[in-house]
Design a binder for this molecule. Structure first.
Ligand SMILES: *Cc1c(COP(=O)(O)O)cnc(C)c1O
Length: 360
C-alpha cells in the first residue's frame, strides 16, 4: 500500500488512526454484529456513539452550556440559507465581510431573505488580505454579522475578530474547525462542513447560542429550522450516521494528540516550514499578505502559468497530489489540514527546492 500526500482542499486527508479504527470496526462494531453503517439511528448503540461524539467535541472546543451542537446535512452551503432564514428576523438586515467566494455566497444567499449589506471586501486584491474594520462599520441594528474565518480558496484567515458590538457574529469555520482553539462565546453561530478537518463529506456541524434558536421566518422549511434539530437532538430525521461516527473518531484522535493547543502548535510548525521556504524562494512565492496567512491553505505561484502546470504534473508523479490551485485563481495551493503529517510538508518543500534548481 502506498498512500500519497494529499494536499486537497476538501475532501481531504483523514488521520491514519481514524481510518485504521474505522477499518477494524467495519464488519462489526463492538459486539453488535453489525457495521455502524447498518445501525438504526434509534438504537442505544448508535445513540452512545452520537453522544460520545458530541461530548468530546464540547470538551475539545470548550463549548459553553448555553450553546447547542447540531449535526446536520446539506453542507456549509445550506447554512448560507439557514442562517438568514433563522436569524434575519428582527430588523431583516445583516452585515457581511466579503473575503472570498464562500463569504460572497453567504452574502448573496442572505440577500434573498432580507437586506444584506457588504461592509468590506478584499476583492480589489484577489482576496489576498483580510479587510480591516472598526465597530463603526457595522449597523447596530443588523441581526447578525457574517464572516468566513478561514478562506479556503485564497488562503487568508482572521487572526483578530471584527468588533461587532452586541450584534451576533456568525462564522463559517469549514476549513479551520479544530485547527486551533476558538473562543466560542464570542460567536452567535459557528458552522462547518466536515470534509476539511473532521470527517468525510455529509455532516455539517452547527454550534449555536440557544437564544438565537426559535425565531425562524414563517416560510422556513421545517428541515431548515434550527429549532427542529435542536428539539430533536439532531435526529428529527435520519442523521448522517456513519459520518458522525467518523467525526467522533477524529475528536478522540484530537484528544489523544493533546487537544487544540497541541494541534495548533503542530499546525503552526507545519505552516512555517512552507511559508519560510516561500519567503526565501527565487521561484515560488506566496500570494497572501504575511499577517493574514492561513494555517490550513497555502496558495503559491511561480508567476508563469506553464511552469505552474509543470509543477503540478511533476509533483503528482512524485506522490504529492491535488496541489493545483482553485480554478478561479490558478497557481498552486497546498492544503495542510490537521491530518497532513509534518513529513508531508517537509517532503513537499524538498521537492519544491529540487524543482526550483532544475527550473531556475
Ligand atoms: C468547502 C467550504 C464551503 C462549502 O462547503 P460544502 O459543505 O461543500 O457546502 C463553505 N465554506 C468554506 C469556508 C469552505 O471551505
Amino acid at each position: 500500500m502506498a498512500r500519497v500526500y494529499n494536499f486537497s482542499a476538501g475532501p481531504s486527508m483523514l488521520p491514519e488512526d481514524v481510518l485504521k479504527t474505522a477499518a477494524e470496526e467495519m464488519m462489526e462494531y463492538g459486539a453488535t454484529g453489525q457495521s455502524v453503517m447498518e445501525m438504526s439511528h434509534r438504537s442505544k448503540e448508535y445513540q452512545a456513539i452520537f453522544d460520545e461524539a458530541e461530548a468530546n467535541l464540547r470538551e475539545i472546543m470548550n463549548i459553553p452550556d448555553n450553546y447547542k451542537v447540531l449535526f446536520l446535512q446539506g453542507g456549509a452551503s445550506t447554512q448560507f440559507a439557514m442562517i438568514p432564514l433563522n436569524l434575519m428576523n428582527k430588523n431583516k438586515k445583516a452585515d457581511f465581510i466579503i473575503t472570498g467566494q464562500w463569504a460572497n455566497k453567504a452574502y448573496k444567499e442572505a440577500g434573498r431573505y432580507g437586506e444584506a449589506r457588504a461592509v468590506a471586501s478584499s476583492a480589489d486584491k484577489t482576496y489576498s488580505y483580510i479587510p480591516k474594520t472598526t465597530a463603526a462599520d457595522f449597523d447596530p441594528d443588523a441581526d447578525f454579522v457574517h464572516i468566513c474565518m478561514n478562506n479556503t480558496i485564497y488562503g487568508t484567515k482572521y487572526n483578530e475578530l471584527p468588533d461587532t458590538g452586541d450584534v451576533p457574529l456568525i462564522a463559517d469555520i469549514s476549513s479551520c474547525i479544530l485547527s486551533e482553539p476558538i473562543d466560542v462565546k464570542k460567536f452567535g453561530v459557528l458552522y462547518a462542513g466536515a470534509q476539511k478537518n473532521v470527517a468525510p463529506a455529509g455532516v455539517t456541524i452547527v454550534i449555536i447560542r440557544e437564544d438565537l434558536i426559535g425565531n425562524a421566518m414563517d416560510i422556513t422549511p421545517t428541515m431548515l429550522n434550527y429549532a427542529t434539530h435542536a428539539e430533536n437532538g439532531s435526529m428529527f430525521n435520519t442523521p448522517p450516521c456513519y459520518t458522525i461516527y467518523i467525526a467522533g473518531l477524529t475528536f478522540k484522535w484530537i484528544k489523544k494528540m493533546g487537544g487544540l493547543e497541541a494541534i495548533k502548535a503542530m499546525n503552526v510548525k507545519k505552516a512555517k516550514i512552507l511559508y519560510d521556504f516561500l519567503d526565501n524562494s527565487k521561484l515560488f512565492k506566496g500570494t497572501v499578505v504575511p499577517e493574514d496567512r492561513s494555517l490550513m491553505n497555502v496558495p503559491f505561484v511561480t508567476g508563469n502559468d506553464e511552469l505552474d502546470a509543470k509543477f503540478v504534473a511533476e509533483s503528482k508523479k512524485a506522490g504529492f497530489v491535488n496541489l493545483k490551485g482553485h480554478r478561479s485563481v490558478g497557481g498552486m495551493r497546498a492544503s495542510i489540514y490537521n491530518a497532513m503529517p509534518i513529513e508531508g510538508v517537509e517532503k513537499l518543500v524538498e521537492f519544491m527546492k529540487k524543482f526550483e534548481e532544475e527550473n531556475a
